[in-house]
Design a protein around this ligand. Sequence first.
Ligand code: PLP
Length: 477
Amino acid sequence: MGPQDQPVERNGMTPEDFRAAGHALVDWVADHLAGVRDRPVTPSLAPGELRATLPPAPPTDGEPFADLLADLELLRPGLVEWQHPGWFAYFPTGASYPSVLAEFASAALGQQGMLWATSPATTELEVHVLDWLVELLGLPATWRSDGPGGGVLQHSASDATLTALVAARHRAAPEDAGRAVAYASSQAHSSIEKGARIAGYGHVRTLPVDDVLALRPDALRAAIAEDRAAGLVPTCVVACVGTTGTTAVDPVRAIGEVARAEGVWCHVDAAYAGAAMLLPEVRHHQDGLELVDSYVWNPHKWLGTNFDCSVFHVADRGPLLDALSILPPYLRDEASSDPAAPDLRDWHVPLGRRTRALKLWWVLRSYGTEGLRRILRDHLAWAAWLTEQVEAHPRLELVAPTTFGLVSLAHVDGDDATTAITRALNDSHRVAVTGSVLHVAHLPGEGRAYLRISVGSMLTEFRDVEDLWRRVLDAAG
Ligand code: PLP
């Protein structure tokens, strides 16, 4: 036996070494997360600087885990601390302890739940937790797995919206996707246009919004009529509950009524705001869900669940399965036709699936529904407090109503003054906010620069919001 024939540890390390490595990793992670407040929110390094510190090639012989763990220190200068209490940029993305532990456990279980039969535990836990969510979010009861609907976890809201677009296209225009039309407001997320392109829609209509940046149902009705007259096939409309730019809310009921009357699929994108539907007092924003066909929201945004975890529900699983079920002989098994044993690979693009529900399950069980509600209510209250400060300030103003945890504001002196505030905040590296531009064709201020302050990091406290506001005041002059 030559040196190159040395036995290789088949699972990468011995069980004893794994135990020790796992403990060391948990210690590192615990210290890392505990110290996040004391680190800068955003890195200050030039492109390529971090990569230059990485080894140029993989090692020929395996290295001890201690050396691998040290790599995390190499990566640290390039981390953006999305879990920082001073994180007010984009939308939040949670990574609570229970969800991190569940991600680890899910990896260790090593399941491949494409069929019920290939991991009954993966499928049944997922179906169960998604049924829990129906009541928890005030969704129509018929969306439970024991009704005509059902839910599935997807990688991202973009994937879920693509899935809805594919199901809608299959239902409306299976032979001629080039004539299919998708509709969404000018404020809708880019994932809708991207999904429509991937799904082969020939047309995407961008519809105008009203004074609160919500899609106008009359414009939808008119566009559908125009498209039909031109020989096109109105296929899917996406209503947004909480747009990315300003968290505007499209009127779901009115849009659903138009969609029903026209035989058009109605999909709701609540990627960010869906988490807030745990709060009964917020649910009026999604009034009319009994008229829609599908719904997506992301626990990986505002519900303490680490990326990726996107919840997709359909009102009727029939059209979805018609569109996506393909049954080659090697995937056929006795359980396939049993409704208690769904093969969830038919509910989205990928075939393979891990035990992703475990993290949502552990988040819900660790915090409890009231624990999560308390956090969400804090975020809403702090965003409302910031809103009052802006309204009372002589040189700052809101550019859109504060509906959830996002405050959208600008300096009255114009774009340069607004951008200067954004820059001052972000250059401090103690807080992070997002500068954006509001494009609304019919409103004054088209192309106006503004500042998005998104309150929603799990570790943010009121003192962090006050600190942010002091910085805004300093920068606003
Ligand atoms: N829809 C809305 C309203 C969003 O705000 C976002 C992301 O911020 C998305 C969709 C895309 O989410 P994902 O990254 O899960 O695809």
